[in-house]
Every structure is written in structure tokens, then in C-alpha cells.
Design a protein around this ligand. Sequence first.
Ligand code: SAM
Ligand code: DTB
Ligand code: SF4
Length: 360
Amino acid sequence: MNTEKKWTQTEVVALYNKPIMELLYEAATVHRSHHNPNKVQVSTLISIKTGGCPEDCAYCPQAARYHTDVKAERLMSVEQVKAQALAAKANGSSRICMGAAWRNVKDGPEFDQVLEMVRTLNRLDMEVCCTLGMLTENQAQRLSEAGLYAYNHNLDTSAAYYEEIISTRSYDDRLKTIENVRKTNITVCSGGIIGMGESIANRAAMLITLASLVPQPESVPINALVPVAGTPLETMETVSIWEMVRMVATARILLPQTQVRLSAGRTNMSREGQALCFFAGANSIFAGDKLLTTPNPAVNEDMDMFEALGLIPQQPFEKKSQPETVIPEAVQYHDQRERPQWSRPDHRIERNLAKQQQEK
Ligand code: SAM
Ligand code: DTB
Ligand code: SF4
């Protein structure tokens, strides 16, 4: 049973619009009582099947019907995916999310290959996530048996605004896939995008739908629209940092236990802006120079940001194995034992020296 508070849209809009200092304080308080505020999960995306998608999602550069710079590619090999996952692990990622530009999963050799990717990455001691479009209950079960840790399937926006964005599948289709995933051991990752012309009431409604799922999703990505040339949303304005901070803070209050992921759109955010998002309760990011097809901050920039903010990457399976009760003593800003090699000050000095040598 979902024992969380039942929110009304009016309450959530009022929360979102609170004076920012009050909203930040409230969200940070919830955050600290459920999570270590210095730990951030680092996840890397691998686009295992890029472009050529039959759907009409208005934001998406991978939809075949829009004329974008994305070229359709075949499904990657298991070996290629493994090599990228190992590189991501070396850079501090604890989770890999494999994305495919599919409407839905079809049984057959390509799905078998994805199952093999899941089994292979599992052996790397990383959390394995997939986002492959709609799933049947049987397909979700097969992914679970292969050892999948999480499945990402976003609601994207509210039920009321959804038809402005996608016509080729329904909101109920999305909820059905999430339900199919929930019947297995796989954890649920579902969130949305802001900056597509939706109202604050639409944002509130989407968060209420996510918060009403029983149990609530283990992770919720909050994406700022990346407006891509050739898509119907190409001329949308960049989302302001205050909207992002408000959305993250509201998500944190409605979804206290969830990992809230600061997802697409970070290239437009300053380090200070991102720090406010972490303070407001974001505790996960996508790392790596590319999301699926669009740019993301460079790995080195994120390493420097973690260093400057004293953030520590979360270990794989940390949340599942030991839900953290945060006591002040447990909040170790500079616990060297928990840091991966790249974020240790001595390693950073070596890296900077190497950079200086190269520049000479
Ligand atoms: N095809 C599968 C699906 O739609 O579920 C998986 C991949 S799809 C690219 C995953 C998610 O990426 C979308 O649901 C959407 O939330 C996000 N996304 C795609 N394009 C985006 C953009 N231009 N800006 C922000 N988020 C985007
Ligand atoms: C999510 O919510 N955001 C990620 C992941 N889940 C799959 C994808 C963002 C994609 C941004 C556009 C692109 O790079 O193609
Ligand atoms: Fe296809 Fe997914 Fe992009 Fe929609 S979001 S067009 S389903 S790849």
C-alpha cells in the first residue's frame, strides 16, 4: 500500500510556487531524512539502437519522421556494449542504462541479444537498466530473469497534456508497461520532461501520477527539454534553472524515498545551478559526454563538480542492499574510502599535472 500523503493538484501547484527559500528548505529537509545528501548516483546511457523510431514523440530526435541529424543505426553488439560499460565503470558510474529507439520490444533475435547484454553487464557488478519502449508482462519477466535491475519508461508529461506531445501511443499504454515491470523484481524508473509548453498544473499532475504509483518508482528522471533542430519542439525556450530547481524540489517532497535524477539539459546549467538542484533533492545524474544522441557535460567537468561540492558517487546496489537512515555522523564529507580513484584529491592533482604537460 502507498502510505504517502495523497496530494491534490492545487496543493502541489502551491508547493511548486512557494518562495524559493521555503521550498528549498522543505525539500532539503525531506531529502536529508531519507538519503545521504552527499551521495549522488552516477548512471551512464548507452544508445544500443539509435534512430529510425516509428513513434511521433514531439521532443525526440530519434523519430524517423522528423528530419534531424540523427542517423539510424543497427543494434550494437554485446561486445561493443560491454566495452562502453567498462569505460563508464572506470569513470565512476554504478549504473548503465541501455536505450533503444523502439516503440516496443519484439520477441526474436534482437530481444535475445538485449537479454545477453543484460547478462553480460550484470557480471560487471553494475546496476543494469534498459529503456526499450513498451513491454509485455512476459518480456518484463524475461528481462528480470536475465538480471535486469531497473526499467525506464517515462510518463513524459501529465495525462491532460500528453496528446499535445505524442499521438502514436496512449498514456494508458505507458502505465500498463510500468505495471508489467512492477509485477517482476525489476525496479521502476519513470519521470518526465519539462519545457514542452506545459503548465505548472500539468507538471504537478505528472508528479501526482508518479507519486500515486504503488509502490512509488525507485527512480524518477527529471529532464529539461533539449530542443533539437528538426523536431516539432525545436523552437522551445531553454528551461530556466529556477523551474528545474522547483520541479526537483517538488518531486523530492512528493517522492521522499525515490532517487530523483537530474537528467537531460545539464549542459545549460551552471555548476551553481546544479548544486541547488542537489540541495533540493536531486541525487542522481547521467554522466558521459553524450546522453543518447545529444550532448551532456564532459566527464572531467562532472568529476570537478563532485570534487568542488564534496559529492560522493553511490556504490552499485547500495540503495537496495541497505536503505540508508541518515544520522549526522554518517554524513562524511571527505570519506576517502568511499571515493572512486578519480575523485580523490591526489588523483586529481595527477590529472591536472598531466593536463598541464599536454598543454605545453
Ligand atoms: N524508445 C523508448 C521510449 O520512448 O520509452 C526509450 C528511449 S526514449 C529516447 C527515453 C526518454 O528520453 C523519453 O521518454 C524522454 O523522456 C527522453 N527524451 C527523449 N528526447 C528528449 C529530449 N529532446 N529532451 C529531453 N528528454 C528527451
Ligand atoms: C531519461 O529520462 N532521460 C534519458 C533516459 N531516461 C533514457 C534520455 C534523455 C535523452 C535526451 C535526448 C537524446 O540524447 O537523444
Ligand atoms: Fe521513439 Fe522513444 Fe524517441 Fe518516442 S522517445 S520517438 S518512442 S525513441
